[in-house]
Design a protein around this ligand. Structure first.
Ligand code: OXD
Ligand code: MN
Length: 592
């Protein structure tokens, strides 16, 4: 395959305002050259060769991991930085207490100073991308300008990027402008700024995915969420998966979980041997754009085209499909290395690391071989359970929405919300133990409404109101459920086996939506009747099942008060209907 060289001229098909913006950015950042990305295979090869030559990538064992590379990030640049992420709206109130806010003029001044001359000696890459299928009315385009070849190559795996996206963008007439520089990777000069009113993103000082791949969290959640509110749709932190039952019927569900809580595993779940005839069809593992369709149902597209998944814990048992797909054409970030130049991570059942994620000789005394938030980046098409419906311009119809969190106690394995309004409260009240996906303490319970705490680009009160309003616009509403795979017993052991066995819960949810599965009412929602949950082939003792499905009224009374206090933090913008819904739960929990 011939290797491309830099494409310096703006393509004739580039809209004038795009070409002008690139010129303005180049005048400020002073790169040595400008490269317009076309998204071709030869361009990808060029980016890879460039990074290999610069020592930014290492080639992994070409026999066992063909087309795979290891990137080691700066040790202080390994996760999203929520404390340095800002929403810059005209009014502080629009961003809400759930976001850091900065006045747009102040943010622009700060960023201009950082961007001044920052690309000297570097190449400026112009990356036109499309979030969603190129021919979908629901897709949206953006352009990321970056000085990182790693970002350019990764955007090719994660989005529909290049000439075709540029054509779509020219047709649309509007696009999100994302400007990114790795700067000096100095944490004290690191900011991720969002300007939703003008559809702009500016990110400086980090090369980490969630901070630097601007199509993902910045565009597809924070900026798109703002647009979705004004246009009547939802941009959510949800996987989308199709579940085909033994009769050949497929139902699609969208599930919101906080970062690093198993969304990728659930999206490509492998059915257990004791559930023959079930098949999984993956649409997406992280983000869903949901639109009310002309038929009254809710329809979903995955705006992304690749996976940026957490590596540790991935093995043939936990996620067979991910394990298989990352054996070729994958960029690994911050994993360890074996003596044979194979990637290594905690939870991989084979091999021995000799080098840790920082390139030091591996010594268990100095920490894990792979960073807990080490990642794989791979095209979604490599997933053995990839669904061709991913490319359907209309998306897929959604039967159920599922909210989940990581809670060692309190939350049962699954429960069903009474209706849409109650479901919005269930989502708004979600809480989960924190993980390594963001900088900060790990394992601390924090409220994470709809798994959107770090990603809602505007005031949570308005966001919940928007969810309630959406309920009015969907004639055939999906059922809403909450799940918890992470409940533990008194000795700290997980009660539920998780992974492929989670299909049992999803099957109950789908059958319930079809009016075919029995449930018992509790004050917090409906719990599966023991006989309605398919547990055959699972060796779970009865007391464990009872504990998994139990709702402790005293603990839930306390939870309701905590939820009430949490909602109060958002003041007068919290919808009255949500407070009334919480009062209803409180009443139902009252001792008789
Ligand atoms: C992610 C995250 O990387 O949620 O998807 O942090
Ligand atoms: Mn995510």
């Amino acid at each position: 395959m011939a290797i491309a060289s830099d494409r310096l001229e703006s393509p004739a098909r580039a809209p004038v305002e795009l070409a002008r913006w690139v010129e303005q950015v180049a005048a400020r950042t002073r790169p040595d050259r400008v490269h317009w990305c076309d998204g071709s295979e030869s361009e990808y090869r060029m980016l890879i060769e460039r990074m290999l030559a610069a020592g930014e990538l290492l080639r992994l064992n070409p026999a066992s991991f063909p087309g795979c590379y290891l990137h080691r990030s700066h040790p202080t640049d390994v996760a999203r930085v929520e404390h340095l992420t800002f929403v810059c709206t005209g009014q502080r109130d629009q961003a809400g207490p759930n976001n850091n806010w900065m006045a747009p003029a102040e943010a622009r001044r700060k960023m201009e100073a950082l961007f001044d001359g920052c690309m000297r000696g570097r190449t400026l890459y112009v990356i036109p991308y499309c979030m969603g299928p190129l021919d979908s009315p629901y897709a949206r385009c953006g352009v990321e300008i970056t000085d990182s070849a790693y970002v350019a190559a990764t955007m090719r795996l994660m989005t529909r990027m290049g000439t075709a996206a540029l054509d779509r963008l020219a047709q649309d007439g509007s696009f999100v402008r994302g400007l990114h520089s790795i700067g000096e990777l100095d944490p004290s000069r690191r900011f991720i700024m969002h300007f939703p009113e003008t559809l702009e993103i500016q990110s400086f000082g980090s090369g980490y995915g969630g901070n630097a791949l601007l199509g993902k969290k910045c565009h597809a959640l924070r900026i798109a969420g703002w647009q979705a509110r004004h246009e009547g749709w939802l941009a959510e932190h949800m996987l989308i998966v199709g579940i085909e039952n033994p009769s050949g019927e497929t139902h699609y569900i969208a599930c919101a979980f906080p970062s690093a809580c198993g969304k990728t595993n659930l999206a490509m779940l492998v059915p257990p041997a004791s559930m023959p005839g079930w098949t999984i069809h993956t649409i997406g593992d992280d983000i869903a754009w949901l639109h009310p369709g002309p038929d009254g149902r809710l329809w979903a597209i995955n705006p992304e085209a690749g996976f940026f998944g957490v590596v540790p814990g991935t093995n043939a048992h936990t996620n067979r499909h991910a394990f298989d797909m990352i054996h070729r054409d994958t960029i690994f970030t911050n994993v360890g290395l074996t003596a044979d130049d194979e990637p290594w991570w905690e939870g991989l059942d084979v091999g021995q690391p000799v080098t840790d994620w920082q390139g030091r000789p591996y010594d268990p005394a100095t920490g894990p071989a792979a960073h807990p938030n080490s990642r794989f980046t791979v095209s979604a098409r490599q997933n053995p359970s990839y669904s061709p419906m991913t490319d359907d311009p209309q998306g897929v119809p959604i039967t159920a929405l599922v909210f989940g969190g990581r809670r060692r106690r309190l939350a049962p394995l699954v429960f069903e919300a009474r209706d849409w309004q109650h479901g919005v409260l269930v989502g708004a009240a979600m809480a989960s133990e924190t993980t390594a996906a963001a900088t900060g303490d790990v394992g601390v319970v924090r409220r994470d409404p709809m798994a959107m705490k770090p990603f809602a680009g505007y005031h949570f009160g308005d966001y919940w109101q928007h969810w309630l309003d959406m309920g009015e616009r969907i004639a055939q509403k999906p059922g809403i459920y909450q799940v918890n795979w992470f409940r533990r017993d008194a000795a700290g052991r997980f009660l539920w086996p998780g992974y492929g066995e989670n299909l049992r819960v999803l099957a109950w949810i789908i059958e319930r939506c079809q009016g075919r599965a029995a449930a018992d009412d509790t004050p917090i929602g409906a719990i599966p009747r023991r006989t309605a949950l398919n547990l055959s082939g699972l060796d779970l003792p009865d007391p464990m099942i009872a504990e998994l499905l139990s709702v402790n009224p005293a603990e839930w009374r306390q939870e309701v008060e905590e939820i009430g206090r949490y909602l109060d933090e958002f003041g007068a913008r919290v919808p009255e209907r949500l407070r009334r819904e919480l009062d209803g739960v409180r009443r139902r929990l009252k001792p008789a």
